[in-house]
Design a protein around this ligand. Structure first.
Ligand code: SAH
Ligand code: SF4
Length: 394
């Protein structure tokens, strides 16, 4: 029988589990803190728990984190890990350091079923949903590994923000996502505020409503087109949940969202969705000129398309991106142009592929960027680091 993975539980789940083992529910809080705040995976080391409880835990459960297959660091400080999730699948997690924050970009699925034309994960197809432990494990590993590696003082955090913008469509893996979000927010675990945890979705309308009811965190919606005809082509999920329904769900979400705006992501594709006419249509769409009753409170984040060979697409020239941003800004919509991070290690938005089975494509991609400074840590060194993080006492 496979041992229960303690990273699969949010606090309520862990309390119920401990009760099932004949322990008082409040013991779960202590255990939860050892796991997530201190990064301890060996129950024998949890010194303020009764010896009998520790022994019981050690015999029936464990902390299982996906093994690190590789670690790559970009010249700009971005770090990407490739995690082995078994069965030939791997997923990627990216740490993006900035002056005032450390953001972790987390994956929710191996592959993705939505199949957006401009996304490398989408081109890979869908393999499987990650478990809660595999989602939380990415944060658990990154936080405790980085604290150690960056020599952070006791009590400080490496990761201040989480964005569910790695591989996969988080709202198509809702049952695993929800407990994972609760762990991220829990004061006894990572204690991140709702504003600092962002779920990014291509527009799974019913699940936007569920998230609003169950665990409202910051919401980013991947829009990419101002009309249904174009969006049907770029984001096939639009055929099921067209723009009017998607924007109505955004309105409903705002009723209980931790931020008073929705972030719309818009990937700039040369000659596809990037003209000033497209920008004007977008303004009409969100500001309600003849289309909606009320303007929608939103910000736009324009993402320069990060190319990959199979897409057949290219990024809009810089001037066109600026002209597009101007149209939105002049209509009073806060608009930013996302700075691409980690592109030298294929860690930028939409470049995550996590492939392990298709070695030829990995080799192909690597050869194409030989001149770029890359600091690879080989798999055995990365595994040793992972083992060290797993064994490190508090
Ligand atoms: N499935 C979710 C979250 C993962 S994708 C979603 O689609 O929102 C995270 C973001 O990266 C999305 O906004 C997505 O549209 C964007 N993206 C995907 N491929 C990209 C690419 N090649 N270049 C730039 N952004 C891309
Ligand atoms: Fe899936 Fe998001 Fe990529 Fe679309 S952009 S294929 S929804 S991961």
């Amino acid at each position: 029988m496979t041992a229960v993975n303690l990273l699969d539980f949010d606090l309520a789940g862990l309390a119920a589990y401990c009760e099932g083992l004949g322990e008082k529910r409040f013991r779960a809080t202590q255990l939860f803190r050892w796991l997530h705040q201190r990064g301890v995976s060996d129950c024998a080391l949890m010194s303020d728990l009764a010896k009998s409880f520790r022994d019981k835990l050690s015999s029936v459960c464990e902390v299982r984190v996906p093994a690190v297959l590789s670690e790559q660091a970009s010249a700009d400080g971005t770090i990407k890990w490739l995690f082995d999730v078994g069965g030939g699948d791997a997923v990627e997690t990216v740490f993006i350091p900035e002056d005032d924050r450390g953001t972790l970009c987390v994956s929710s699925q191996a592959g993705c079923a939505v199949g957006c034309r401009f996304c490398s994960t989408g081109h890979q197809g869908f393999s499987r949903n990650l478990t809660t432990a595999e989602i939380v494990g990415q944060l658990w590993f990154a936080e405790h590994h980085l604290r150690h590696r960056l020599h952070l003082p006791e009590g400080s955090r490496a990761i201040t923000n989480v964005v569910m913008m790695g591989m996969g469509e988080p709202l198509q893996n809702y049952s695993a996502l929800l407990p994972a979000l609760r762990v991220m927010l829990d004061d006894h675990a990572y204690g991140l505020s709702r504003r600092r945890v962002t779920v990014s979705t291509s527009g799974v309308v019913p699940m936007i409503d569920r998230l609003r009811d169950d665990c409202p965190v910051a919401l980013a919606v991947s829009l990419h087109a101002p009309n249904d005809a174009l969006r049907d082509d770029l984001v096939p999920l639009n055929r099921k949940y067209p723009l009017a329904e998607l924007l109505a769900a955004c309105d409903r979400y705002l009723e209980s969202a931790p931020r008073d705006f929705i972030t719309f992501e818009y990937c700039m594709l040369d000659g596809v969705n990037d003209t000033v006419e497209h920008a004007s249509q977008l303004v009409d769409l969100v500001q309600g000129r003849g289309v909606r009753a009320e303007p929608l409170s939103c910000k736009f984040n324009l993402i320069p398309f990060n190319p990959f060979p199979a897409s057949g697409l290219t990024c809009s020239p810089r001037e066109r991106v600026k002209a597009f941003a101007n149209v939105l800004q002049e209509s009073g919509i806060v608009t930013t142009i996302r700075k691409t991070r980690g592109s030298d290690i294929d860690a930028a938005c939409g470049q995550l592929a996590g492939e392990v089975q298709d070695r030829t494509r990995v080799a192909e991609r690597r050869s194409g960027r030989a001149a770029i400074p890359i600091v690879p840590i080989d798999a055995s060194a990365a595994r040793a680091l992972a083992a060290q993080a797993l064994e490190r006492p508090a």
